[in-house]
Design a protein around this ligand. Structure first.
Ligand SMILES: [Zn+2]
Length: 217
C-alpha cells in the first residue's frame, strides 16, 4: 500500500487499520483504526506509520470559499465535482471531500397519491432546464456548506460556472455566445448550454480569484 498519492492529511483523518501498520509518531488508535493526530505528510517505514509536520499551514476548505474542480458524474438531480486543493498565500486548503451541485427540482411525474395539491412551489417548473455544467467541465464554484460526505456547491454568481470545457461531440474548442448561457463548438457547431463563468478560458483571472478565496463574502 502506498501513501505517495495521499499528500497531506489532517488531524483526525483515518490512515489505516491496526492490522496493516504499527501506529507511530503523531498517530493514534481508535477502535482498531489508525488516525493522524496532526496535519502533515504520511510516512510508512518498516511497517510503522507516522505523520510528519510541514511548515506550510494546512486548512480545510470552508463555506463561502471559491474552489476549482472537475465535474465527474451527472446524476439526474445532482452533479458531482472532484475538487482541487487550493494553495493560497502559503496556506494549503485541502479538499477532503468531493463537491456536489444540487440541480433545481424538475417534474418527476405523479407521485404516489397523485397531485400534491396546495403545495407551494417557489419556482416555476422548467422541464428542460439545462444543467449548469457537464461531465469533464472544469468549474469555479462557491462552497455553500459542508455535509458529511460532500461540499455543497453553487455556481450562480458571475465568476462561478464553467471555466474550461470542450465540445462533448467532437472535443473541439467551445466559443461563448456572449450571454453566459451557452457555447458553440468552433468545429462542429454543436451548441451546449452551460452556466459560463466570467473567467472562462482566463487562467490568470481564475488564479487571482482562488488566491483571494478568503476575501469577499
Ligand atoms: Zn464539436
Amino acid at each position: 500500500m502506498s501513501f505517495d498519492d495521499r499528500g497531506l492529511v489532517l488531524p483526525g483523518e483515518r490512515l489505516a487499520t491496526e492490522e496493516e501498520f504499527i501506529s507511530s509518531a503523531n498517530t493514534y488508535i481508535e477502535n482498531g483504526q489508525i488516525y493522524s493526530a496532526i496535519a502533515g505528510i504520511v510516512t510508512v517505514n518498516e511497517g510503522k506509520i507516522s505523520v510528519h509536520n510541514q511548515n506550510k499551514e494546512i486548512k480545510k476548505l470552508r463555506r463561502n470559499m471559491l474552489v476549482l474542480g472537475t465535474v465527474t458524474d451527472d446524476m439526474r438531480a445532482v452533479l458531482f465535482v472532484k475538487l482541487d486543493n487550493v494553495i493560497s498565500e502559503g496556506k494549503e486548503y485541502k479538499a477532503l471531500k468531493d463537491g456536489k451541485i444540487l440541480l433545481p427540482k424538475e417534474r418527476h411525474g405523479p407521485e404516489r397519491g397523485g397531485f400534491r395539491g396546495g403545495q407551494h412551489r417557489p419556482m416555476h417548473d422548467k422541464p428542460h432546464t439545462p444543467k449548469p455544467c457537464g461531465v469533464g467541465d472544469v468549474i469555479l464554484a462557491r462552497i455553500l456548506g459542508e455535509e458529511d460526505d460532500t461540499y455543497a456547491l453553487k455556481v450562480d454568481e458571475p465568476e462561478t460556472g464553467v471555466v474550461y470545457a470542450v465540445c462533448e461531440v467532437c472535443g473541439g474548442e467551445l466559443l461563448e455566445n456572449g450571454r453566459g448561457d451557452s457555447f458553440q463548438c468552433k468545429s462542429c457547431k454543436h451548441v451546449e448550454y452551460r452556466k459560463i463563468s466570467n473567467f472562462y478560458n482566463k487562467p490568470k483571472e481564475i488564479e487571482d480569484a482562488l488566491t483571494h478565496i478568503e476575501v469577499g463574502r
